[in-house]
Design a protein around this ligand. Structure first.
Ligand code: FPP
Ligand code: K
Length: 492
């Protein structure tokens, strides 16, 4: 293999305008260029401490140039000025990291919940997604979203079909993705009025018709079956306390699946690829979004330390997930030879707490083995790298606000939600406090979040955002409130 080094170690550090300005402010008169240079030690002292890893070209570059390698180089060049602070006009902390612009992001999100502008009519079938993305992101930023309860309830009631599930809009067929988004949005606003919108019996019948003979779920009756279906169905079933027995007149029942979770873990396991990642369906390319869906689904079927190692090759999965984090960018890519994107802060970043729990098992504070202790304390990815990418590269810097894929892209509700979810999981440590009893599918494990404290914390403490359940991606207390409400329903 021919490799070349791209890094020029003798290259001088660049003085940014804000550093020269800071020096000028310190002195009575603006410094001349020679004064600026003779004051080098002073400048170095005030220069933000950014590890070279995040400010330099990669040390090793493959000589084979392809469209992919050119795009990768373009992305590095696009991110470096943001990672070095150059693009933040002196508004960085001592680590070269800017603040989280909460106010603007909150404003952006409220706007997303308004009426869609006419040019967005094509996005109509994804309206429930906009509700989920915006409400989840607002919640992470500490906003009370119950003010949206009445409007949400009125808006989603007509998109529920009598045959079960929710479409994207009035008169549209029920789809697992829009149903998942609608259910989560309802749980986010919370309250009995929201909980009772869902027709759970019809939902159960519809889910039974989506369940396939091979164990998986179709997204829509007669439509595609993939790992999104496995995750969305398990979330809906377990959050709403849908009875697990399959309907005796369903094809799944005839195929021997007497319950909705039967054969699902095996089906998800078949989606792990030779690379170690997880694909949408068996036999195609691994992608980060599906890795999260797979691990989330498995963590619902049973406690993660039992179900994830049961269906997944852990070393290969961990190797693949680790390869998703890039330097200097610090963010995650979704697949091999592709680019970092802020949304993978969640799809890939959100896999880590589940992997960590799978490795550590429940930690109730009792004596731990050496392996367990190592898994308890270590971090499986560079949290600071991800936090740098998010705060430096993913924030829209105009009045628009919102978070984005990368600096050359516009912010949107999808990225705002998943970038913030990723930020939250990088800032916290989740522990499985107590696992459900063995063999109780859909049962609740006890999770606990603690602020993750690094030796060197690169973000301002004020910018630590809220937490979100590692499996359901809504706050833990909203998950528990839903469980409590539906537990009182018994059957339907
Ligand atoms: C590729 O896009 C993206 C995918 C193949 C996955 C999309 C799926 C999700 C975002 C998640 C679905 C989850 C649920 C719960 C419904 P791309 O080729 O534009 O991006 P890439 O270059 O980063 O792969
Ligand atoms: K992408």
């Amino acid at each position: 293999m021919s490799l070349r080094s791209r890094r020029n170690k003798t290259q001088p550090r660049v003085l940014f305008r804000h550093q020269i300005k800071a020096m000028a402010a310190a002195a009575d008169s603006p410094p001349t260029r020679s004064q600026a240079l003779s004051g080098m030690s002073q400048v170095y002292a005030s220069e933000p401490a950014i590890p070279d890893l995040f400010t330099s070209q990669p040390l090793i570059v493959d000589m084979l140039e392809t469209e992919s390698s050119q795009l990768q180089q373009k992305t590095i060049d696009e991110c470096l000025p943001f990672l070095s602070g150059e693009q933040h006009a002196g508004k960085c902390n001592q680590h070269g990291v800017p603040r989280l612009d909460k106010q603007r992001h909150v404003k952006f999100l409220h706007k997303q919940l308004g009426r869609l502008p006419p040019q967005m009519a094509a996005a109509d079938p994804s309206r429930p997604w906009f509700f989920y993305w915006s409400l989840a992101a607002l919640t992470l930023l500490g906003e009370d979203v119950s003010i949206y309860r009445e409007r949400l309830v009125e808006t989603v009631r007509p998109i529920q079909n009598v045959s079960g599930g929710f479409g994207g809009g009035f008169g549209q067929d029920s789809h697992l993705a829009t149903t998942y988004a609608t259910v989560l949005a309802l749980m986010l606003v919370g309250g009995e009025e929201a909980y009772k919108v869902v027709d759970r019996r019809a939902m159960w019948e519809w889910l039974c018709s989506l369940k396939q003979a091979d164990g998986g779920f179709q997204m829509v009756v007669g439509g595609e079956e993939d790992v999104r279906g496995a995750y969305c169905a398990s979330v809906i079933i377990s959050l709403l306390g849908i009875p697990l027995e399959t309907s005796p007149d369903s094809a799944a029942y005839a195929a021997g699946h007497k319950d909705l979770f039967s054969g699902l873990g095996e089906w998800v396991g078949r989606c792990q690829t030779y690379e170690g990642g997880v694909a949408a369906i068996p036999g195609i390319e691994a992608h980060g979004a599906y890795a999260f869906c797979a691990l989330g689904c498995l963590s619902i079927l049973d406690a993660p330390h039992r179900s994830i190692p049961k269906y997944m090759n852990m070393p290969q999965l961990i190797a693949w997930l680790s390869s998703r984090q890039y330097a200097p960018e610090g963010g995650f890519s979704g697949r091999t030879n592709k680019l970092v994107d802020g949304c993978y802060s969640h799809w890939v970043g959100g896999c880590w707490p589940l992997i960590q729990a799978a490795l550590s098992g429940p930690n109730s504070g009792k004596a731990r083995s050496a392996d367990q202790q190592a898994a308890d304390t270590g971090s499986l990815f560079s949290r600071n790298g991800l936090i740098r990418y998010i705060l430096c590269c993913c924030q829209d810097q105009t009045l628009r606000g919102g978070l984005r894929d990368k600096p050359s892209k516009y912010s949107d509700a999808y990225h705002t939600c998943y970038v913030l979810s990723g930020l939250s999981s990088a800032q916290h440590k989740w522990t499985l406090r107590a696992a459900r009893p063995t063999g109780s599918a859909g049962g609740a494990d006890e999770w606990e979040a603690m602020p993750y404290v690094e030796d060197e914390q690169v973000f301002n403490e004020d910018d630590r955002i809220g937490t979100t359940h590692p499996v359901y991606v809504i706050p833990q207390h909203k998950v528990e409130a839903a469980w409590e409400y539906y537990a009182s329903k018994m059957g339907f």
